[in-house]
Design a protein around this ligand. Structure first.
Ligand SMILES: Nc1ncnc2c1ncn2[C@@H]1O[C@H](COP(=O)(O)OP(=O)(O)OP(=O)(O)O)[C@@H](O)[C@H]1O
Ligand SMILES: Cc1ncc(CO)c(N)n1
Ligand SMILES: [Mg+2]
Length: 734
C-alpha cells in the first residue's frame, strides 16, 4: 500500500506453496497480480526466518507495488524485511498470533495490521482496542475448505454478513470462497474476498485472478452514493490543481497531452499553457513551432489571475525568450510546488531545445522544487559528459543539487541494465533516496519523462511529501508502461497507457488476450466436460463395452446432425469477413461430409436419403446453431460451432491416449475407427485453427458481444453433453 492510497482488499490472494507447485510462489503471485489481485498475503507455516526473508524480497520485487503485500503471522520477518528496504506493507495475525497492539506499535500507523475474527467474542475484543489498531478483519470460513484443515465451523454468507454488520472495520471473506460467491459477498458488505486454491492451483493464475476481479467489479453497488462508496478521506486536501507549461505532442503520448492524462489519472485537475507546438509522432519530431513568448505570458496570467494553482510542471521550453517569460511569471506567482523536467532531448534522440536556451534553463533551476533530468540532460546541467554507470549519475545529481539548491530526481531509464533505478537527491538536506525496479520489456516508452514529472507534481500535493510522491508516481508509471503496447498507437515508441490501472479497477476492463479468453471459456465448461467423461456412453466407448446397437443409434443421430452442421459451417464461411476465415470454415463444412459423415456411412451403410428422425436433443442443438447465426451473426455463430470441434478433439485424444481406460488404445477396440478419427493429429490441427479463429474474434469484440459468444459456446457444450447422454442408458431409445 502506498501512503494516501486507499487500501484495496477486493481480491485477496493467500499463497500456498504446495498448491503453487513447481511453478513456484513468485511466478504464481506475479501472474495473479497481473490478473487483478489487489493484496497478497504470504502464508508459509514451515519457512525459517531466513527462508521467509528471501521469499519476501522476491515477492516484493514481482509485486512491484501493484498490490498490497502482507505476511501471515510473522511480525519478526516483516520487521527484518523492512530493515533491508524490502517493501512489505504489514502483517495478518490470527487470534493465536502475536498481539495486534504489539504489531501496530512496531510497524507504525500506516502499516496494514489484519486480524482473523469470526465470533462475537472476537468482535468484542477488537472493539476494546484503540481506534486505528486493526486495519481489517479476516472473517471466515465461509464454506468448509481443504486448504485450512483446522478451520472453525463454516459461517456461510449469512453468518459473514452478521459479523460484517456488527463491526465498523472492513471485512474480508475467507475460506472456501468460490467465484459464484463473489457477488453475494460483495452485497453482504464484504471489503474483499480471499482466495487460495482457486488461484494458486489454477492452470492460469492470471485468468483466475481476472475472473475474481471482474466478478467483484460486476457486483459493484449502483452508484447512488449508498453503502460501499468511497467516502472522501478526512484531512485530505481537495483535488490538486496542476498546471503544465510545456510543448504539444499531437500524437498524444508526450508533452502537454501526456501531462493532462497523467494529472487526471492521479486525481488532479489538469491545466495547460502551450509553450511550443511540435509536429511529431511515435517515431520522431518533424518540426517545432514556437508561438511568441508574450502570448505564453498572457496564457499564464489568464490562469493565475483566476485560479489558485497548487502545482506546476514545466516541460519543453523551446528558447531563451520563452524561458524568461516563465521565469518572471514564477517569480511573481510563486506556486507552492514547481517540478521542472528539463526537456532537451526526446526519447527519439531529437533535440528539443536550442543552445542558448540550455543556458537560460539553468536560470530556472533555483525557482524549481524538483528537477527531473534524464542521463543526457543531467550531464548538460552538470556541465560534463554523460555518465555511464549509476554511481556516476548519482554523483552528478549531487553536484547539480548542491550547485542550484534544488532537489534532483536522476533517472536511469536510459541505462541498459536489467533494472531501472531513479534517485531523489537533496544535497541541501544531505539525503539520497534510491528507487529501483526491473526493466519492463516494452517499446511503449514515449513520454515516460513527461508523464513521470507531472505525476510527481500532482502527487506531491495529495501525498504531502517528495519521497511518497516519487514512489507512487513510479508505481503508477510502471503499471502504465506494462500496458502501453495494448493501445496499439504508432509504429515507433508508443505511449504508455496512462489509465491502465484506473480503467481496470473501475471495471472498464482492458481487452483480454485471445489466450485469456480461451482459458476462461475452457474453464467455463469444465464441469460439463467432467460430466461428459463420466457418462455411461463415454465410459462404454472407453472400455469397448458400449453395445453396438447403442453406438449405431448414436451414429445415426450424429449423421443427421453432421448434414445440418455442415450447412451451419458453410453459413459461417458465408458470413466470414476475411478470405482466410471464409476458406477455413468452407473446408470444415466439406470435411464434415467427406470425412466424418463418410465414416458413419461406412459403418451404417449410406442410406442415400436421411431416414432418421432427429431426437429432441439433436433438434434442440441444431436449432441453437441456426438461431445463433440468425441472431448474433458471425461472432456468435463461430462460438456456437466451436464445442463440436473442441470437445471431440479433447475427448478423442484422451481416449486414444488411454486416459479414460487402457482398452481404447487397442486396435481390437470395436469402435477403433471412430476413436482414430477424433484422436487424429490432423483433427487436432483443424481444431486448433478453429479455436484460434474464434478467440481472435472474441478478444477483439466488445465485452457485450464476447458475453453473447460465451453464452452461445456454453449452450453448445450443454447440447454436446445432452447428445451423448441421450445414448447413455439402455432403454433410452429414439
Ligand atoms: N523500460 C522501462 N522499464 C521500467 N521503467 C522505465 C522504463 N523506461 C523508462 N522507465 C522509467 O521512466 C521514467 C523516465 O525515465 P527516462 O530516463 O526514460 O526519462 P526521459 O528520457 O526524460 O523520458 P522522455 O523520453 O519521455 O523524456 C524513469 O522513472 C524510468 O525509471
Ligand atoms: C512536446 C514534447 N515534450 C517533451 C518530449 C519528451 O519526450 C516530447 N517528445 N515532446
Ligand atoms: Mg525527458
Amino acid at each position: 500500500m502506498t501512503p494516501g492510497h486507499p487500501l484495496d482488499l477486493s481480491v485477496y490472494l493467500v499463497t500456498d506453496a504446495g498448491l503453487c507447485g513447481e511453478r513456484g510462489v513468485a511466478d504464481v503471485v506475479s501472474e495473479a497480480v497481473a490478473g487483478g489481485v489487489s493484496i497478497v498475503q504470504l502464508r508459509d507455516k514451515h519457512a525459517t526466518s531466513e527462508q521467509l526473508l528471501v521469499q519476501l524480497a522476491e515477492l516484493a520485487r514481482v509485486i512491484d507495488g501493484r498490490a498490497a503485500f502482507v505476511v501471515n503471522d510473522r511480525l519478526d520477518a516483516v520487521l527484518a524485511a523492512r530493515r533491508r528496504g524490502i517493501r512489505v506493507d504489514g502483517v495478518h495475525l490470527g487470534q493465536g498470533d502475536a498481539a495486534v497492539l504489539e504489531a501496530r506499535a512496531a510497524l507504525g500507523p500506516d502499516a496494514i495490521v489484519g486480524l482473523t475474527a469470526n465470533t462475537p467474542a472476537h468482535l468484542a475484543a477488537v472493539a476494546e482496542l484503540p481506534p486505528g489498531t486493526v486495519t481489517y478483519l479476516g472473517v471466515g470460513v465461509i464454506r468448509p475448505t481443504p486448504t485450512k484443515l483446522d478451520h472453525p465451523p463454516a459461517l456461510g454468507i449469512d453468518g459473514f454478513a452478521e459479523i460484517a454488520a456488527a463491526t465498523g472495520l472492513p471485512c474480508v471473506a475467507i475460506g472456501g470462497v468460490g467465484l459464484a460467491d463473489v457477488a453475494e459477498l460483495r452485497r453482504a458488505d464484504a471489503a474483499g474476498v480471499a482466495v487460495v486454491s482457486a488461484i494458486c492451483a489454477a492452470p492460469d493464475p492470471s485468468a483466475a485472478a481476472r475472473e475474481f476481479a471482474d466478478g467483484w467489479a460486476a457486483a459493484a453497488p449502483m452508484p447512488t452514493g449508498g453503502r460501499g462508496r468511497a467516502e472522501p478521506v478526512k484531512g485530505m486536501p481537495g483535488v490538486p490543481r496542476v498546471l503544465s507549461i510545456a510543448g504539444s505532442d499531437p500524437s498524444g503520448g508526450a508533452g502537454i497531452q501526456a501531462d493532462l492524462k497523467s494529472i487526471s489519472a492521479l486525481g488532479g485537475y489538469g491545466m495547460a499553457a502551450i509553450a511550443a507546438l511540435t509536429a511529431q509522432n511515435t517515431r520522431g519530431v518533424r518540426s517545432v513551432h514556437v508561438p511568441p513568448a508574450a502570448f505564453l505570458a498572457e496564457q499564464l496570467d489568464a490562469i493565475s489571475d483566476d485560479i489558485d494553482i497548487d502545482a506546476v510542471k514545466i516541460g519543453m521550453l523551446a528558447n531563451a525568450d520563452v524561458i524568461d517569460a516563465v521565469a518572471s511569471w514564477l517569480r511573481r506567482v510563486r506556486p507552492p510546488v514547481v517540478v521542472l523536467d528539463p526537456v532537451m532531448v526526446a526519447t527519439s534522440g531529437d533535440r528539443l531545445l536550442d543552445l542558448d536556451a540550455e543556458r537560460a534553463l539553468r536560470s530556472l533551476l533555483p525557482l524549481a522544487d524538483l528537477v527531473t533530468p534524464n542521463i543526457a540532460e543531467l550531464a548538460v546541467l552538470a556541465e560534463t559528459e554523460p555518465a555511464t554507470a549509476w554511481t556516476g549519475i548519482v554523483a552528478q545529481a549531487e553536484v547539480v543539487s548542491a550547485g542550484y539548491g534544488v532537489r534532483v530526481l536522476a533517472k536511469g531509464g536510459h541505462l541498459d541494465g536489467a533494472t531501472v533505478p531513479d534517485a531523489l537527491v537533496d544535497a541541501v538536506n544531505a539525503t539520497i533516496v534510491e528507487f529501483s525496479g526491473d526493466r519492463i520489456e516494452t517499446t511503449a516508452t514515449h513520454g515516460t519523462g513527461c508523464s513521470l514529472s507531472s505525476a510527481i507534481a500532482t502527487l506531491r500535493i495529495s501525498l504531502g511529501g517528495w519521497e511518497p510522491a516519487v514512489d507512487e508516481a513510479r508505481r503508477w508509471l510502471r503499471e502504465s508502461l506494462r500496458h502501453g503496447e495494448e493501445l496499439h498507437v504508432g509504429g515507433g515508441h508508443g505511449p504508455v497507457h496512462h489509465f491502465a490501472g484506473l480503467w481496470s479497477r473501475g471495471g472498464i476492463a482492458t481487452a483480454p488476450t485471445a489466450s485469456e479468453v480461451e482459458a476462461a471459456w475452457w474453464g467455463e465448461i469444465a464441469e460439463l466436460r467432467a460430466r461428459i467423461d463420466s457418462l455411461p456412453f463415454v465410459r462404454g466407448l472407453a472400455d469397448g463395452t458400449l453395445p453396438p446397437d447403442v453406438f449405431e443409434e448414436y451414429l445415426a443421430q450424429d449423421a443427421h446432425y453432421l448434414r445440418s452442421y455442415s450447412r451451419v459451417l458453410a453459413e459461417a464461411s458465408r458470413l466470414a469477413p476475411e478470405a482466410p476465415e471464409q476458406a477455413f470454415w468452407a473446408a470444415c463444412a466439406q470435411h464434415c461430409l467427406d470425412g466424418e459423415l463418410e465414416h458413419h456411412h461406412d459403418r451404417l451403410g449410406d442410406p442415400g436419403v436421411d431416414p432418421v428422425r432427429p431426437n429432441a436433443v439433436n433438434t434442440a442443438y441444431l436449432d441453437h446453431l441456426v438461431a445463433s447465426a440468425a441472431r448474433g451473426g458471425y461472432a456468435e455463430l463461430i462460438a456456437a460451432v466451436l464445442p463440436c470441434f473442441w470437445i471431440y478433439d479433447d475427448l478423442g485424444r484422451r481416449l486414444i491416449a488411454g486416459d479414460l481406460g487402457p482398452a481404447a488404445r487397442s486396435p481390437e477396440h470395436p469402435y477403433a475407427d471412430w476413436l482414430a478419427m477424433y484422436g487424429d493429429p490432423a483433427f487436432e490441427i483443424t481444431t486448433r485453427q478453429a479455436i484460434d479463429t474464434v478467440m481472435a474474434v472474441a478478444s477483439r469484440s466488445t465485452p457485450e458481444v464476447r458475453g453473447r459468444m460465451l453464452r452461445a459456446f456454453r449452450r453448445s457444450a450443454e447440447c454436446e453433453l445432452a447428445f451423448f447422454a441421450f445414448h447413455a442408458a439402455p432403454g433410452c431409445r429414439t
